[in-house]
Design a protein around this ligand. Structure first.
Ligand code: NAG
Ligand code: NAG
Ligand code: NAG
Length: 264
């Protein structure tokens, strides 16, 4: 069976024909009946680094503010994207109201990112905003983790990915979920052997996981960004780990794009 029957990335299905102009052969219908459950609704301002990416106004992925000029997201969210149709919403937990809309002047994907044929390794991209955002209690950067979370650490993941199994509807309000960091040895045994050093795995359990629409969003340990939502086995929330981008191995890329050192 080919890879894409097992593996999904967590991008929302609408807009994909526009986004994936390269005709990526991923079956995005797989797993879309699944959902995040066991999550909870975030209070306004509780996750001030979370952003919503929009294509012609439609939310399709998440991201995190890492500087007042830069957003980190998943590379699979933005291949071939037309940046004049891309906006970033900051400073609101609601998909419908509030917040600020920012234009994007540059999208930089990791040079080693290939996609499904390379098991989604280096699935990271940085968006450069058209104008500096103002830091407030509702929108602020999160520090990048320079070290990995310990095995068993409780990590916070958040997003506007799918909530309901029988509906394509996305939640209006930002959802969050605590997941547990597991090491790659254990992850390879339960997820796939293709789990690489550049992946960081986390798991809650059956019925609680990230799903379509959460891609690019933040995985946080002790107030630092340790991961970016990337991929998992279909259907979502089936009780196997999900794979995130391991931020501690992306520091060179991030420093090159943002032009300053990631504070240690
Ligand atoms: C990008 O989007 C803009 C606005 O929708 C459009 O005018 C332009 O033709 C698009 N460019 C490409 C290369 O598709
Ligand atoms: C990985 O985690 C498992 C389960 O907690 C543990 O038994 C194993 O020793 C760990 N392996 C490494 C290399 O840390
Ligand atoms: C969490 O971060 C704080 C600094 O913000 C640090 O002092 C503390 O040691 C960290 N805790 C753990 C468990 O890493």
């Amino acid at each position: 069976m080919s890879l894409f029957h097992h593996q999904i990335v967590f991008c929302l299905v609408f807009g994909l024909s526009v986004i994936f102009t390269n005709g990526a052969s991923i079956n995005f219908d797989v797993g879309l009946e699944s959902r995040i459950v066991g999550g909870a609704q975030a209070e306004e301002g509780a996750i001030p680094y979370q952003v919503s990416l929009r294509l012609n106004g439609w939310p399709f992925c998440g991201g995190s503010i890492i500087t007042v000029f830069h957003i980190v997201t998943a590379a699979h969210c933005v291949p071939g994207i037309n940046i004049s149709q891309l906006t970033v919403i900051t400073g609101t937990n609601s998909l419908e109201s509030g917040g600020e809309t920012h234009g994007v002047v540059e999208v930089t994907s990791h040079e080693s990112y290939v996609g499904s044929s390379d098991y989604w390794k280096y699935d990271i991209a940085i968006l450069t905003l058209a104008a500096e955002l103002t830091v407030t209690s509702l929108q602020s950067p999160i520090p990048i983790a320079t070290v990995d979370p310990p095995d068993g650490a409780e990590l916070l993941v958040s997003g506007w990915g799918r909530l309901f199994s029988e509906s394509n509807a996305v939640p209006t309000k930002l959802q969050y979920l605590w997941v547990v960091a597991i090491n790659n040895t254990e992850c390879r045994e339960t997820l796939r052997e293709e789990v690489d050093d550049v992946h960081l795995c986390a798991l809650r359990g059956v019925g609680s996981a990230v799903c379509s629409g959460d891609s690019g969003g933040p995985l946080v340990y002790n107030g630092t960004l340790v991961g970016v939502v990337s991929w998992g086995r279909s259907p979502c929330a089936s009780g196997v780990p999900d794979a995130y981008v391991r931020m501690s191995l992306m520091l060179d890329f991030i420093e090159r794009v943002i032009g300053t050192a990631v504070s240690k």
